[in-house]
Design a protein around this ligand. Structure first.
Ligand code: SF4
Length: 297
């Protein structure tokens, strides 16, 4: 069967937090300013490269002492208090593009930390170790929060003391429920686990919509950055409903043999960190390699 249809999911692409950070960078670059972004602006190599070609550089907090001019940009994932202190110490001009959802979560974690500390409790972050957002969150707790990524990490928790759990915004609500249920089984002394589902609905709300999209096509090409947590999670959601789902980061990753033998339609979709222009490029390349010239062909 020849490919007859290649379509891009109109609901995929940047969430509002990423749009805001990218717009902040573009606006500064348009004014001719040098922009120093702390860490990758989005977990998408192609979009980060595009902005770097416009004059943005990616740095780490440890580089702050080298900056002599320009603006330091804090991306959507947020930063720990130490980054704000360091920027102030070196007298840097700061543009804080932390997503409002993450900022609110940071405040909640800080407040809970102060309350739990007073009663010998512990703050748990259900998230990916070393992820920028998680670093920003544990920074609210004087780096005392325990990060739980897998079941094995629960061994670090003292279940005879109070426990309060928050989730990284890009984790799945189901994963959080499972980990909290396992924690509940291990508590004693009548201790209750306080848990907060702080998963961002910009991500989890996409799952049912994305799955409806993925079901409509013979094959699905999911475009996402290799470092993106939500890309992995959303790709898994596609795979759960369509076994012919493929993960790529750029058009060159496409393989011709994915589109043979009974594949008549292909859906192209992506993560909250995937730019629309990249998904369009991927769709265009599929059309080219399969011999069709436009979405309506
Ligand atoms: S996924 Fe949600 S929390 Fe994260 S940047 Fe996007 S809107 Fe903000």
């Amino acid at each position: 069967m020849a490919i007859i249809k290649v379509e891009v999911d109109k609901h995929s692409g940047f969430c509002f937090g990423v749009v805001k950070a990218v717009e902040a960078a573009e606006s500064l670059l348009k004014q001719g300013q040098k922009v120093w972004c702390v860490g990758d602006i989005v977990h998408n190599e192609a979009e980060a490269n595009r902005l770097m070609q416009l004059g943005m550089s990616t740095i780490q907090q440890s580089d702050f002492d080298q900056i002599k001019s320009g603006t330091v940009l804090f991306r959507a994932h947020g930063e720990p208090p130490a980054s704000y202190q360091s920027a102030q110490q070196f007298g840097l001009t700061l543009k804080d593009a932390t997503c409002p959802v993450v900022l609110k979560l940071q405040k909640r974690v800080k407040q809970a930390y102060l309350q739990q500390k007073a009663q010998n409790g512990q703050i748990i972050i259900y998230g990916k170790k070393g992820h920028a957002e998680v670093i920003g969150l544990i920074g609210q707790t004087n780096n005392e929060a325990i990060v739980v990524e897998t079941k094995a990490d629960m061994d670090k928790i003292d279940f005879s003391r109070p426990v309060e759990v928050f989730s990284q915004t890009t984790k799945s609500p189901e994963g959080l429920q499972q980990i909290v249920a396992l924690m509940q089984e291990r508590t004693h002394n009548g201790i209750e686990i306080i848990s907060h589902d702080t998963v961002c609905r910009q991500v989890s709300g996409r799952v049912p919509r994305l799955q409806r999209f993925a079901e409509q096509y013979d094959a699905v090409v999911f475009v996402g950055g290799t470092k993106s947590s939500n890309a992995r999670m959303l790709f898994q959601a596609c795979q759960d409903v369509n076994a012919l789902s493929y993960f790529i980061s750029e058009p060159d990753d496409l393989q011709v043999d994915w589109f043979t033998d009974g594949v008549g339609s292909v859906g192209v979709c992506g993560a909250t960190s995937t730019p629309e222009w990249l998904m369009e490029q991927v769709a265009e390349k599929i059309r080219r390699i399969t011999g069709i010239h436009s979405a309506s062909d």
